[in-house]
Ligand binder design. Structure first.
Ligand code: AMP
Length: 543
């Protein structure tokens, strides 16, 4: 027997129509690429997104066309998200931090037909354009006066002129909720990047999951600054969730320095923000150096890489800001788990609570998780057994765009995340490594992430990376690589003395190397493949 409720396709445009109808006057604030601060409302965003949909019709764009963006977070990028997906096109966010060759590969693989870009990226777009046969239109996200003077096929179109030429008298079309809404490529540290093609249905369900009180708890009273870029796994659903709850959104545009972010947080009354740990590392150093705070900020979600204990503790103890440590990946839309404490853990002491928060949290409704051993059998949730983390659910990838990589699900529909993790009896997931970064010493696994976090407890350590280097007896042993904070010093032994009490004895690194810089990928993660190359001939020695 079928239910008898209305068939209301779960479409991304619904978020915007709702925000405009129910919270139309709420503000969207943007630090503009061309300078100054721009203010508009959800009502304006809907009108202008519709104008963009009309402009894309005029250019001859068809349903299913991939429309690419090379843009920072801002009101125009938001309009492009909604204007493209809402009109049945696919919004393809490009990560401008990728190498030129990777961008060329991705744009050609996606067969993007339009490229909208912030003027920051004009030189990059000019360099890319001769290699992009499918791109028919280049649109600069700015007013006429700021359109860059670059040579691209067909010339550069002006976004604001195109919007101004349309009347916004447009009805969002209704179509199958399984239609593709957006496309995001994995950063591809091994092999070519692969496309994850989200559907309207997966995006709407993921957004419901993201908004729940125990996930990111977005409400109409929230003021949200998503520092996480809109090109990094959908900015963790914030631009959708903010419309669903109708809250004020604040965009930092091209500005990522701690002082500008702090000023925005204070001036705009930001209550919730989200970004990768490197952003918060710089912010905490800035706060420490200036003896200042973060205004009305109440919660920060940290994910993308492991949040160090000292970072979580400092936010909470010193600044009274609650941390939600989240795990996810492009392939999981991205939210998979978040570290909201349960009543059982809240009844325990602060150290136990902090231990739990250093893990990556518990699964969100809509995400099934398991960890499996080498034989594929599920491992116990004892917080000790390491295994491959597998996920499934309505917002987890089923296959990559154009079938790259073949069948990626097992017979029961599980997707292997490529992460190695433990699960404790309270259901807290702990990511110990990417499978390819695990250090295998004498047949046992050592977690590089745990050692990195332990090293960060040393006050002179700015950043830490651990890789396995070849060892004649144990196959591999951990090497700890450190960047020291400016003007501070420490010896190898000082650092190991801090690490030792925090990890198993046989996990203690065999050596410590000091460097000025560590290699990072396009989403800010440590590039350990590159590090392993750099230290391929390293001879272990502790002094
Ligand atoms: P991406 O698809 O670029 O967002 O990368 C996803 C990968 O980032 C995951 O598979 C993890 O390896 C890593 N990751 C994400 N969040 C965390 C976290 N909180 N702690 C440790 N690793 C994380």
């Amino acid at each position: 027997m079928l239910g008898q409720m209305q068939n209301w396709p779960l479409l991304v445009s619904r978020f915007l129509s709702h925000a405009s109808a129910a919270h139309g006057h709420r503000e969207i604030v943007t630090k503009l690429v061309e300078g100054g601060t721009h203010r508009c409302t959800w009502h304006d965003i809907e009108r202008r997104s519709k104008q963009l949909a009309q402009a894309l019709n005029r250019l001859g764009c068809k349903p299913g066309d991939r429309i690419a963006t090379l843009a920072w977070n801002g009101h125009r990028h938001l309009e492009v998200w909604y204007g493209t997906s809402g009109s049945e096109r696919v919004c393809h966010t490009l990560n401008p931090r990728l190498f030129v060759d990777q961008l060329i590969y991705i744009i050609n693989h996606a067969e993007d037909s339009v490229l909208l870009f912030d003027t920051t990226f004009a030189p990059l777009v000019e360099k890319l354009s001769p290699h992009l046969p499918t791109v028919k239109h280049y649109i600069a996200l700015c007013p006429r006066a700021h359109v860059p003077d670059i040579k691209v096929p067909g010339g550069v179109l002006c976004y604001e002129d195109m919007i101004a030429a349309e009347n916004g008298d447009y009805t969002w079309p209704s179509f199958d909720e399984n239609t593709a809404s957006s496309l995001c490529y994995t950063s591809g540290t091994t092999g070519n990047p692969k496309g994850v093609l989200y559907s309207h249905r997966s995006t709407v369900l993921h957004t419901y999951g993201a908004c729940m009180a125990d996930t990111m708890g977005m409400t109409a009273s929230s003021v949200i600054l998503p520092v996480v870029p809109m090109f990094h796994a959908n900015a963790w659903a914030i631009p959708y969730g903010a419309a669903a709850v109708g809250c004020k959104l604040v965009f930092n545009g091209p500005h990522f320095d701690a002082a500008t972010l702090q000023q925005l947080i204070i001036d705009e009354g930001v209550t919730f923000t989200a970004a990768v740990p490197t952003v918060w590392l710089a912010m905490l150093q800035h706060l420490e150096a200036t003896g200042t705070g973060l205004g009305n900020l109440q919660t920060v979600t940290i994910g993308g890489s492991a949040a160090p204990r000292i970072m979580i503790d400092t936010f909470q103890t010193k600044y009274g800001i609650k941390v939600g440590h989240a795990w996810g990946m492009t392939e999981t839309s991205p939210l998979g788990t978040i570290g909201t404490l349960t009543p059982e853990i809240l009844a325990m002491n602060k150290e136990v609570q902090l231990d739990a928060q250093c893990k990556q949290g518990r699964r969100i409704f809509g995400v099934d998780l398991k960890i499996t051993g080498p034989d594929g059998k599920a491992l116990p949730h004892d917080g000790i057994a390491f295994g491959n983390l597998k996920v499934r659910g309505p917002w987890v990838v089923a296959r990559y765009f154009k079938g790259e990589g073949g069948d990626i699900l097992d017979a029961e529909g599980w997707f292997d995340s490529g992460d190695v993790a433990t699960m404790d009896p309270h259901g807290f997931l702990h990511i110990t490594d990417r499978a390819k970064d695990v250090i295998k010493s004498g047949g046992e696994w050592i977690s590089s992430i745990d050692i990195e976090n332990a090293a960060l407890a040393h006050p002179a350590v700015q950043e830490a990376a651990v890789i396995g280097v070849v060892h004649p007896k144990w196959d591999e042993r951990p090497l700890l690589i450190i960047i020291l904070k400016a003007g501070m010093s420490a010896t190898k032994q000082n650092i190991l003395d801090v690490v030792a009490p925090q990890v198993a004895k046989w996990w203690l690194p065999d050596d410590v190397a000091f460097v000025d810089e560590l290699p990072h990928g396009a989403t800010g993660k440590l590039n350990k493949m590159e590090l392993r190359k750099q230290f391929a001939n390293h001879v272990l020695s502790v002094s």
